[in-house]
Design a protein around this ligand. Structure first.
Ligand SMILES: [Zn+2]
Length: 301
């Protein structure tokens, strides 16, 4: 199980949706929230990837985020995903009695705390055991399921200072925090056009590099890393204005109207033509071909 495979699996959870009678259907948040709560417990040393206790702490971590993301008639019910995550093929839950493990058949009750446990399986346990991989999986979940929310969901300690509520239109400028962190991690803070990498001391928030959507979020609703590209401010600006475009041949293309004689800025952009995109090592994270085609077709004549 590679990190990219795991991210794909998390993107394809079967979360269940609300019925149409409530207006626009929405995905239930329970499965991704329970995974986030389990990751919290592991961060805090209260669980490990192969032993996650059904506990008050787990329920608390679930509830804290649930209150932020709930919609319609969503119920604060961590017991449901604790059981039903098993259908995803990477989660097993059981009851322990006299040292024997009995597979969990029904949702656990509060009075079963201390007797019910779960673990990640199918290769997830190895990734989740590593703090940096765990963080990337966390960011993928938030990016996919809760993109409208901000730092409040990143780590539980930040929930006490809720600063969530990123405006929807802020997202296309690469300011969705989870998408941003994920893309910057994957590209190691390097612009995919010029290779510029400037990273100041205190982490992603002050990086000079943007996480750009290849097809804008407003159009694609797609925060998967294969719809992202790390770009410096200049190249992000130029791509958004269809002056440069990453192509399906994994090379940069430039608008024909650019005149390298006119200014140094245009000369520099013009020189990008035919250069390879600077991409992450793992091809599973390379941009989606359809997205690159979309970009190239929009390039100004
Ligand atoms: Zn650049």
């Amino acid at each position: 199980m590679t990190l990219a495979d795991a991210i794909d699996r998390l993107y394809d959870l079967h979360p269940g949706t609300t019925p149409m009678v409530e207006g626009s259907p929405h995905e239930r948040p329970h499965k991704p929230l329970l995974i986030l709560a389990a990751l919290d417990l592991i961060d805090e040393g209260l669980a490990s990837a192969d032993r996650i206790p059904w506990s008050h702490e787990l329920r608390d971590r679930f509830s804290a985020r649930f209150l932020v993301v709930r919609k319609h008639n969503d119920q604060n019910s961590p017991e449901n995903p604790f059981l039903y995550l098993q259908s995803e093929g990477f989660w097993q839950s059981w009851i322990e009695e006299d040292g024997t493990r009995i597979p969990l058949q029904s949702t656990p009750l509060v009075n079963q705390i201390g007797k019910v446990f779960a673990r990640f399986t199918d290769g997830f346990e190895h990734l989740i055991a590593k703090p940096n991989k765990r963080q990337m999986l966390r960011e993928s979940l938030i990016s996919r399921y809760f993109p409208q929310l901000s730092y409040a969901l990143q780590s539980i300690s930040e929930i006490e200072n809720p600063t969530f509520c990123v405006a929807e239109d802020a997202r296309d400028s690469g300011r969705s925090p989870a998408f941003r962190r994920l893309i910057l991690d994957i590209y190691d803070h390097q612009c995919a056009a010029c290779g510029l990498r400037i990273r100041l001391a205190s982490g992603n928030d002050v990086s000079f590099i943007d996480a750009a959507h290849i097809i804008p979020f407003s159009e694609s609703r797609n925060d998967h890393p294969t719809n992202g590209l790390a770009l410096c401010k200049n190249h992000h600006w130029a791509m958004d204005r269809d002056i440069i475009a990453p192509g399906p041949d994994l090379q940069w293309h430039v608008a024909k109207h650019l005149d390298p004689r006119r200014s140094n800025g245009e000369k520099e952009l013009h020189e990008l033509a035919g250069k390879s995109l600077l991409l992450p090592k793992d091809p599973a994270f390379h941009p989606h071909e359809g997205a690159l085609l979309w970009r190239c077709e929009r390039l100004s004549a």
